[in-house]
Design a protein around this ligand. Structure first.
Ligand code: C2O
Ligand code: CU
Length: 490
């Protein structure tokens, strides 16, 4: 089958093909981890909180003295961390100082489709765009990045990405670390390549897309983080274009997972590793003792690799990385005990499902046999109804399935209940080869029958190739007004 063709093509890349690397024990950790600045905001007379983001080209020295061309929002690389509270009305005045069109999409955000920043909301060079919406979802680690159709991999890998933290009263009442950059730290992980001198190089493409042989965190190559608290909260974001990770601690202590894409779990979960595919987030707690050093790694064991697909599987589990060294101070501020209950996550009642839709991912970068068409609405959802989306990865390689506008729940994986780390709110899910995922979701607000949202593979090269579809959220009985239901020849 076509899966075999991809595997053969990949094997043709040879032993040192993309992805076949291990940087464990080889990273110097000689630079302090950069912390993206908090985005400044003003509050309008009507109470709107206003942020400004400018997409711009610049140059970054990943190594001192070696300049690389990069893009960033309000800076040279990545963007500021936006923080807003549930109940606030926000506006982002986005300007495009690049010399090509781009967009900015609010990944994980519930908001009207015309504010979503997908491929229908392009911002021309020199142009501007001011989406505004009500923050109407629970505290969570979201992010933002461009979404121009066919160019997303390029724009994200150049550096256009940032975090968007939603806060709420329920989370604020919990005894959790939340001092930004001190005991509550963004960890934006990307893979990239560097020349011998330290200049950033484009990633060679494998079946998954571009895979680099080194990691950078928040744009820092070889990062360490000094901590002064007994408990530190790390907000992990896989902002890589193609690579998945199995995050673990170098000394084998458990990963203490407290939150996933859309918010906190009901209770902390101890795991030996946290797997994140592109687009996914995880909040973890790290407990340290005075003076110790521990390294966040991505350790691809053969067992995990078998699920991640041929890149890792064929190299005997050496697709592994040193990510970030954490250095604990000799004196640490004590931290209160972490609450046993973090959130309450009621189950959806499957008996309420009104519509079941199937999404088959195939080897031609298609969903249900069709490539993305900007002029076609693939699915029309009735506002407020419970939907079951059955995502079938019919290929021999992994993908990462993301749905805009909504946080969903995983009802089952090949018929079995999800593990605890997938039992909370999610907007993106790693889909293992030849595996079927049942997702339950409810689109809470009417949007606009003319303007679709996207669902797609978050391996950005796959998305760019057309592994994406469009849906509209309409009132009962209403029809989406684009050419819904028409079929196109490829
Ligand atoms: Cu993170 Cu449709 O994107
Ligand atoms: Cu894919």
């Amino acid at each position: 089958a076509a899966g075999g063709l991809i595997a053969v093509a990949f094997a043709g890349c040879g032993i040192a093909g993309p992805g076949q690397v291990s940087t464990i024990g080889k990273v110097d950790f000689d630079k302090p981890l950069a912390i993206p600045p908090l985005a400044e905001s003003t509050v309008d007379a009507d109470g709107t909180r206003v942020f400004a983001l400018d997409a711009q080209a610049g140059a970054t020295e990943f190594e001192p003295g070696e300049s690389s061309d990069t893009w960033g929002f309000n800076g040279r690389y990545l963007g500021p961390t936006i923080v807003a509270k549930r109940g606030e009305h926000v506006r982002v005045d986005m300007t495009n100082s690049l010399d090509e069109p781009t967009t900015v999409h609010w990944h994980g955000m519930h908001l009207p489709a015309e504010m979503d920043g997908g491929p229908h909301q392009m911002v021309e060079p020199g142009g501007s765009w001011s989406p505004e919406w009500d923050i109407d979802q629970q505290a969570a680690t979201l992010w933002y990045h461009p979404h121009p159709h066919g160019e997303t991999e390029d724009h994200v890998s150049r550096g256009l990405a940032g975090m968007f933290l939603v806060q709420d009263d329920a989370e604020a009442a919990l005894a959790l670390p939340r001092e930004y950059g001190v005991d509550d730290v963004p960890v934006i992980v990307q893979d990239t390549g560097f020349s011998a001198e330290g200049e950033q190089e484009a990633n060679p493409r494998g079946y998954a897309g571009g895979l680099g042989d080194e990691l950078i965190v928040n744009g820092t190559r070889g990062p360490y983080l000094d901590v002064h608290d007994e408990v530190v909260r790390l907000r992990l974001l896989n902002a890589s274009t193609a690579r998945s990770y199995a995050f673990a601690w170098s000394d084998g202590r458990p990963m203490e997972l407290i939150g996933t894409d859309g918010g906190l779990l009901e209770a902390p979960v101890e795991l030996d590793h946290v797997r994140l595919s592109p687009g996914e987030r995880a909040e973890v707690l790290l407990r340290v003792t005075p003076g110790e050093e521990v390294v966040l790694q991505s350790r691809m064991t053969p067992e995990i690799a078998a699920l991640v697909g041929p890149v890792a599987a064929t190299n005997g589990g050496t697709d592994s990385f040193d990510v970030l060294q954490v250095r604990a101070a000799d004196e640490l501020d004590p931290a209160p005990a972490v609450p046993e209950q973090l959130n309450s996550i009621p189950a959806f009642d499957e008996a309420e499902v009104v519509t079941t839709r199937t999404f088959e991912l195939n080897d031609s970068f298609e969903i249900n046999g069709e490539a993305m068409d900007m002029g076609r609405i693939d699915e029309t959802v009735t506002v407020g109804t419970l939907e079951r989306w059955v995502v079938e990865n019919a290929t021999s390689v992994p993908h990462s399935f993301h749905v805009h506008d909504v946080q969903f729940r995983v009802a089952s994986i090949d018929g079995a209940a999800p593990p605890p780390e997938l039992a909370g709110w999610k907007d993106t899910i790693f889909t293992e080869p030849e595996t079927e995922y049942e997702l339950l979701m409810r689109f809470e607000d009417y949007s606009d029958p003319d303007t679709p949202y996207m669902y797609h593979c978050h391996l950005l090269w796959h998305e760019d190739q057309g592994m994406m579809g469009q849906f509209a959220v309409v009132e009962p009985g209403q029809r989406a007004t684009m050419t819904e239901g028409t079929h196109h020849e490829h």
